[in-house]
Design a protein around this ligand. Structure first.
Ligand SMILES: [Cu+2]
Length: 68
């Protein structure tokens, strides 16, 4: 299992937190996704044999947030 913390611009409230966490959690291979609104990041635990960090980032992008 891999863990990555991705900095994301544009997450401002509980709705944003749920949108990003929900979208990432739906991906096959993602064990957990936890947004920290104060730190402007999301920490993801994932299985790198099933999903790549690039796929995580593009999923965040698809939700309308900017990966830094
Ligand atoms: Cu929001």
């Amino acid at each position: 299992m891999n863990t990555v913390t991705i900095t994301v611009e544009g997450m401002t409230c509980g709705h944003c937190k749920k949108a990003v966490e929900g979208a990432l959690s739906k991906l096959d291979g993602v064990a957990s996704a936890e947004v920290d609104l104060n730190e402007k990041n999301v920490t993801v635990q994932f299985d790198s044999s099933k999903v790549t960090e690039e796929q995580l980032k593009s999923e965040i992008d698809d939700q309308g947030y900017d990966v830094v």
